[in-house]
Design a protein around this ligand. Structure first.
Ligand SMILES: [Zn+2]
Length: 461
C-alpha cells in the first residue's frame, strides 16, 4: 500500500459519521425526476452537489438542459490520468407510499440482521453510490490538499426518467467531458463479499413479426384443413430459432461472438456462482442455454434469442374453434461482442420470410437495436482498479458481465470515445425502485475506501 493512501483511509474511517450526515442531507431532497411537481427539488439536489463540490475546491456548475440540469465539475491534478465520474442524483417515485415503514425522504439508520443500513429513497440508487466517490475525494483532499488524478464530474438528473437530455448534452460537450477513462457508480457488488467491475454489457435487438393469412378469422370446421393457419406458420418459425443444443440457428449469428479469455474464465469460476440457487430462486433448476456453457457465460458472454410474446387466435376463457387471420410474436436478441444488431435483424427477417407460404404475408416492426458494450480491459486502469478493490473486500474482485444493457456506458464509448469502469457497491436486496430502499453502511464505508484505493492505484497505472 502506498504511503499516500494509508492516511486517506484513516481519514475516511474517522469521518464516516459526518459522511452519513452529508448523505442524509442529500437524501432529504425529494429529487423525483419523472414528476414535474418535483422540478424544483431536482434543481435543489443539483445545487446541493454544486455547492459541495465547490466547497471541495472543484470548479462546479449546474448546466441547463431542456429537462433537468447536469452537474459538471472539474478539478484535481493538473497532469496524470484524467477520470470522468458519472452518477445520478435524481430518484424514482416513492409510491406506493403506504408500503414504506418510514418516510422515504427522512433517512433513518437502522439495525438489521445483516448490519446497519441507511434507509431512504435514493440511499442506494444512486445518491449513496455517488457520494461514495465524492467522500473518497474529500478524504484525499483533506489529507493531501490535492488529488493524484485529474477529475471531471458529470452527474445526471434524468437517469430515472429515461435520460432524454443525456445524448444531446454529451454530443454538445464532448470536448469538455473527454477523459482517459470513465467511472460509473450505478451497479452492484457481485455478492456481499465480492466486488465486480462490469466490463461487458449485452446489447439488444427487438423485432415484432406479424404473419397474415386469411382475410378474416375463420371457422375451423368450415375451413380447417383447406385454409393455411398463420399460427401454425408462426409456431414452426419460432420453433426453428434454436437447435437441440440451445444454439440460435440464424446463419452467421455467431460470427462476431468472441470466446472469453482463459483469465476471465478463471475469474468467473473463482466467483463460485451457484447456478442452482440462481435458477432455484425463480422455481427452476436446469440452465436452458447452449450446451456446454456455464450459467454465467449464458447471461454474460453469450448471445440469446428469446420469445417475449405470442399473440394469435382466441385467448379468452373457454374455447373457440377459430382459425385466426393473423399470428404475431415479439422476439428479442441479447447481443455480445461485435454482433451488429442491424445484421442480426436482417438475418432474422430473411429466416422468417423464407418460411412464409405463398398464401400468407409477413410484416415486421422494429423495436430498438443497440450493440453490446465491451470494454478494453487491456487499459492498465482496469487491472489497477481490480487489484485495489481486491485489497479492500474479503474476496477478490472480478471483471464481470451484465446480462442487460446500461446505456450510459455505450454513450461514453460512442460519443466520448472512452471505456468505462462500472463499479458499484449496491446489494441485491437494496430494494431500489421499491418501497424501503436502503444502502448498507458497509457498502457506503467500504465503497468510499474502495474509491480512495482506486484513485491511488489508477494514478500509478
Ligand atoms: Zn441508478
Amino acid at each position: 500500500m502506498s504511503t499516500a493512501l494509508t492516511p486517506v483511509l484513516d481519514r475516511i474511517d474517522q469521518d464516516l459519521p459526518q459522511a452519513l450526515v452529508r448523505l442524509s442531507e442529500l437524501l432529504r431532497i425529494p429529487s423525483i425526476s419523472t414528476d414535474p411537481a418535483h422540478k424544483a427539488d431536482v434543481a435543489q439536489a443539483a445545487d446541493w452537489l454544486v455547492n459541495d463540490l465547490n466547497t471541495l475546491g472543484f470548479d462546479a456548475r449546474k448546466d441547463a438542459t431542456p429537462g433537468h440540469p447536469m452537474v459538471v465539475a472539474k478539478g484535481g491534478a493538473e497532469a496524470g490520468p484524467h477520470l470522468l465520474f458519472y452518477g445520478h442524483y435524481d430518484v424514482q417515485p416513492v409510491d406506493p407510499l403506504d408500503l414504506w415503514h418510514s418516510d422515504p425522504f427522512t433517512p433513518q439508520i437502522e439495525d438489521t440482521p445483516n448490519g446497519k443500513v441507511i434507509r431512504a429513497r435514493g440511499a442506494s440508487d444512486d445518491k449513496g453510490q455517488l457520494m461514495t466517490f465524492i467522500e473518497a475525494c474529500r478524504a484525499w483532499l483533506a489529507v493531501h490538499g490535492t488529488l493524484p488524478v485529474k477529475l471531471t464530474f458529470c452527474l445526471e438528473g434524468e437517469e430515472e426518467s429515461g435520460s432524454p437530455s443525456l445524448v444531446p448534452y454529451l454530443k454538445a460537450n464532448a470536448e469538455a467531458l473527454k477523459a482517459d477513462i470513465a467511472l460509473i457508480c450505478d451497479t452492484g457488488l457481485f455478492d456481499a463479499q465480492t466486488p465486480g467491475i462490469t466490463t461487458m454489457l449485452r446489447g439488444l435487438m427487438g423485432d415484432e413479426v406479424i404473419i397474415h393469412g386469411p382475410a378474416r378469422d375463420l371457422h375451423s370446421g368450415a375451413f380447417g384443413g383447406a385454409a393455411m393457419n398463420p399460427a401454425r406458420v408462426l409456431a414452426r418459425v419460432l420453433a426453428g430459432l434454436h437447435d437441440d443444443q440451445g444454439r440460435v440457428t440464424l446463419p452467421g449469428f455467431y460470427d462476431d461472438v468472441p470466446e472469453i479469455s482463459d483469465d476471465l474464465r478463471a475469474q468467473w469460476e473463482g466467483l463460485g456462482f451457484d447456478a442452482e440457487a440462481f435458477l432455484g430462486s425463480v422455481g427452476l433448476n436446469l440452465p436452458a442455454g447452449e450446451a456446454g456453457r456455464s450459467a454465467l457465460e449464458m447471461i454474460w458472454s453469450r448471445p440469446t434469442c428469446e420469445i417475449n410474446g405470442m399473440i394469435s387466435g382466441y385467448t379468452g376463457t373457454g374455447f373457440k374453434t377459430v382459425l385466426p387471420a393473423r399470428a404475431s410474436a415479439k422476439v428479442s436478441f441479447r447481443l455480445v461482442g461485435q454482433q451488429d444488431p442491424h445484421k442480426i435483424r436482417a438475418a432474422f427477417r430473411d429466416y422468417v420470410t423464407a418460411q412464409i407460404p405463398a398464401d400468407c404475408r409477413v410484416e415486421f416492426i422494429a423495436h430498438g437495436a443497440s450493440p453490446a458494450s465491451v470494454m478494453e480491459t487491456g487499459h492498465p486502469a482496469f487491472e489497477a482498479a481490480r487489484q485495489a478493490l481486491s485489497d479492500e473486500w474479503p474476496k477478490p474482485a472480478a471483471f464481470v458481465g451484465a446480462g442487460g444493457s446500461i446505456p450510459i456506458a455505450g454513450y461514453f464509448k460512442t460519443i466520448l470515445g472512452m471505456d468505462s469502469m462500472l463499479i458499484g457497491f449496491a446489494k441485491d436486496d437494496d430494494q431500489i425502485h421499491s418501497p424501503n430502499e436502503k444502502y448498507d453502511l458497509d457498502s457506503f464505508h467500504r465503497g468510499i475506501r474502495s474509491w480512495a484505493r482506486i484513485i491511488d492505484a489508477v494514478s500509478k497505472a
